[in-house]
Ligand binder design. Structure first.
Ligand SMILES: Cc1cc2nc3c(=O)[nH]c(=O)nc-3n(C[C@H](O)[C@H](O)[C@H](O)COP(=O)(O)OP(=O)(O)OC[C@H]3O[C@@H](n4cnc5c(N)ncnc54)[C@H](O)[C@@H]3O)c2cc1C
Ligand SMILES: NC(=O)c1ccc[n+]([C@@H]2O[C@H](COP(=O)([O-])OP(=O)(O)OC[C@H]3O[C@@H](n4cnc5c(N)ncnc54)[C@H](OP(=O)(O)O)[C@@H]3O)[C@@H](O)[C@H]2O)c1
Length: 650
């Protein structure tokens, strides 16, 4: 069947999972039965222009306890859409309409939403729909840029996670030379070293993926760590960026040299300890937010005689069967890995300092049936709308984070919807823990939902019901050579202690020491209240330096892959403009940055993240330095491309 856009469905081995499959009508019916029916409706409308499909009303229904909403049709209308889809697919026409323009797509987005979407949601939505091969590609303003100017400029990318990969692909497309320096032995970043049991994404894979890679045949709806790592390897290989990566090298210092307008970068080899220096015209740091582990400051931690490891350094040579294990920390990581410990060990103690809100995610742990792959490969544009549906849902998160002063004055928490989520998630805890109701008060958080990242239920509550599992909520006094002593005087003995204690998220770019114009150390510029940067990406006094997933850069909706593409577009676009101007350096103006920071603080003050119970979003100065306060569409508009007036160009 003809599919517009990318003609060859991609898989890790380069062939479609369902390519060439000739289904009978029963197979088609089943595939259609499994479809996201609103996505099916819009895709079908796009290829048939059947007016009946356009008049079907859409309502919104709560999912995940009201954290998100789904756009749904009545049962009767669902049947109509499915019947029409089966008819289309059993006798598909040879010709398929071309991908829509942005104006045409706008109308289709309205159709999808069942109402008019906001003007500023059109451009980001169109990119998410990914009708173009490279929806966020950077191009030269004019084909006349001299090739020698392009090839003389060298960019150093720090980090080969999903952000570094997106950046390298952009640079390669433009023909700008680059080197990626990565301290690990392979690509994947987070998804390489977080290989603890049951590590898995908590964002639907049809959202958590690049938009230039079409119809990837995900094995699970929420990809496991190995699947995610395989995906990143596949993309890196397909785009030929691996030869540009230097592994096992940690960047420890970067010094701006004014006379040459270059960065002098020092790395240390992780295995040999050897030093190496690089000279680069620009640095794009894709060093990640979760790159520095938090080794907890617990007395006696180095004296434990059994096995003890952080979740990023899981010792897979240690057999867990029959062992007594402890897990310290009940964030996303500790919660996610607990079931694996509980299945294997003779006894598990879960040390919880602060309870988190935990929700059940639809489709979590479920494999993607072949029928779904077949539909993505065979119904033109279905994949685009299926992915868009996940994106569209994610936008609803932002409203939960906005304080409603009137509602709070009446005694509510945050806003009415947020309180509704609190109620629903509290009911979930009570329902799950009915058989051990004495634990319920310990498990209900005091903080509002979304003050921290929501945790996915991977069977955590079920584990706590097991006889060989205990929840320890008393404070830890110290780790002894044989176990853990809590402040209530109880010593528990363990063979294995897992440190699910997270990361030092406020230590941006650590351990790299950046020395900018006039010998100023970056860390000193942050002494007042922690890391800050213009748009999350540029810092005055540190020319030709861009960061991805930098300070206040964690988005409020969408997917991090898409943001990495958007950030890369800004950083690489800036470099392209610099080259085109024949200039050497761009440095964001101090007053532009100051004005931006004031706006950021003001916007942040209306949101929930500095509330009681805040976790790693808040730095040691008490300031929320991780999340951006702008909504997806607001921030998207700010970083479509660089405004060169914001920069001193020299
Ligand atoms: C266990 C876990 C699960 C997660 N799950 C999700 C999820 O489901 N959905 C979601 O949206 N987000 C999730 N996240 C957040 C996740 O970090 C991002 O989604 C994403 O992987 C970030 O990609 P990145 O390329 O920006 O950074 P990273 O993946 O962290 O990559 C940064 C790379 O830079 C390298 N590096 C850092 N400093 C240096 C240096 N000085 N020198 C050389 N190399 C350096 C690191 O070794 C690393 O390879 C998760 C995070 C963790 C820890
Ligand atoms: N895809 C997924 O499902 C997934 C899985 C893992 C991680 N992630 C991502 O990675 C981020 C980090 O998750 P994370 O769980 O690794 O870290 P985290 O959310 O920061 O959780 C760390 C846990 O360790 C506890 N802790 C830290 N120091 C301690 C100490 N000294 N004594 C006792 N307890 C201590 C914390 O308690 P307090 O809360 O009291 O500080 C918290 O429970 C997540 O927010 C998410 O973005 C996603």
């Amino acid at each position: 069947m003809a599919i517009p856009g990318d003609p060859a469905p991609a898989t890790s081995n380069g062939t479609s999972k369902t390519h060439g499959h000739r289904p009978d009508v029963e197979y088609i019916r089943k595939a259609v039965e499994m479809a996201g029916v609103n996505a099916l409706r819009v895709a079908l409308y796009q290829v048939t222009a059947d007016p009946e499909l356009a008049t079907i009303p859409i309502t919104r229904t709560k999912i995940r306890g009201g954290v998100l909403f789904d756009s749904v049709l009545s049962k009767k209308d669902e049947e109509v859409v499915r019947r029409k889809a089966v008819e289309y697919l059993t006798n598909p026409p040879k010709r398929v309409p071309p991908p829509p323009s942005i104006d045409e797509a706008h109308k289709l987005m309205n159709l999808f939403a069942g109402s008019c979407i906001n003007d500023n949601d059109i451009a980001p939505g169109y990119e998410e729909l990914a009708f173009d091969q490279f929806p966020r590609g950077v191009s030269w303003s004019s084909p006349s840029t001299p090739p020698e100017a392009r090839s003389k400029f060298h960019v150093l990318i720090i980090g080969a996670g999903l952000s570094g990969i997106a950046t390298a692909i952009q640079l390669k497309e433009l023909g700008i030379p680059y080197t990626i320096v990565e301290r690990q032995a392979g690509i994947g970043g987070t998804w390489l070293w977080n290989d603890y049991p049951e590590a898995r994404v908590d964002t639907l894979s049809y959202l958590f993926q690049y938009k230039f890679e079409k119809r990837y045949p995900w094995v699970d709806f929420f990809a496991s760590q190995p699947q995610t790592q395989e995906y990143l390897q596949h993309v890196a290989e397909k785009h030929g960026i691996l030869p540009g990566v230097e592994f096992d090298r940690e960047v420890v210092q970067a010094r701006w040299k004014e006379s040459t307008a270059t960065w002098e970068v020092t790395t240390i080899h992780q295995k040999t300890g050897g030093q190496c220096t690089y000279t680069a015209n620009a640095i794009i740091s894709a060093a990640g937010l979760f790159s520095t582990i938090n080794k907890p400051d617990i007395a006696g931690i180095d004296d434990f005689k059994g096995h003890i490891f952080h979740t990023t350094g899981w010792d897979h040579s240690v057999p867990l069967e029959g062992k007594r294990a402890a897990v310290i920390g009940t964030g996303s990581t500790g919660t996610q890995l607990t079931p694996a410990l509980v299945r294997a060990c003779s006894h598990v103690s879960v040390y919880q300092r602060t309870p988190n809100w935990i929700a059940s995610y639809e489709g979590y742990d479920e494999p993607v049936p072949d029928h779904v792959h077949w539909l993505c490969d065979n119904l033109p544009y279905y994949w685009n709308w299926f992915c868009y549906a996940a994106y569209f849902r994610s936008l609803d998160l932002a409203a939960l984070q906005v304080r409603d002063p009137e509602y709070e004055a009446k005694g509510g928490h945050v806003n009415e919807r947020n309180d509704g989520v609190r109620e629903a998630l509290t009911a979930f805890i009570k329902q799950k823990m009915a058989a051990k109701s004495e634990l319920i008060p310990k498990l209900i958080p005091k903080h509002a939902p979304l003050v921290r990242r929501l945790v996915v239920d991977n069977g955590f509550y079920n584990c706590l019901l097991e006889d060989h599992v205990d929840l320890v909520s008393d404070s830890i006094d110290c780790i002894t050579p044989s176990g853990i002593l809590t402040k209530d005087g109880v010593q528990r003995e363990f063979d294995v202690i897992v440190l699910g204690c997270g990361f030092k998220t406020s230590k941006y770019f650590w351990p790299t020491e950046y020395i900018g114009v006039g010998g100023v150390r970056l860390e000193d510029t942050w002494a007042k209240d922690g890391a800050r940067s213009y748009l999350g990406m540029a810092i005055p006094g540190f020319p030709n330096f861009f960061s991805l997933y930098g300070p206040n850069h964690q988005p409020r909706g969408g997917s991090l892959y898409s943001w990495a593409e958007i950030w890369a577009r800004y950083a690489v676009g800036s470099i392209a403009r610099l080259i085109e101007q024949g200039a050497r350096a761009m440095d964001v103006k101090a007053e532009i940055n100051e004005e931006y920071q004031a706006r950021l603080d003001e916007a942040n003050s209306k949101l929930i993240w500095e509330s009681e119970g805040a976790g790693y979003y808040v730095n040691e100065h008490g300031r929320q330095g991780v999340n951006m306060p702008w909504t997806t569409s607001e921030y998207h508009a700010m970083v479509l491309g660089p405004n060169l007036d914001d920069y001193e160009i020299s």
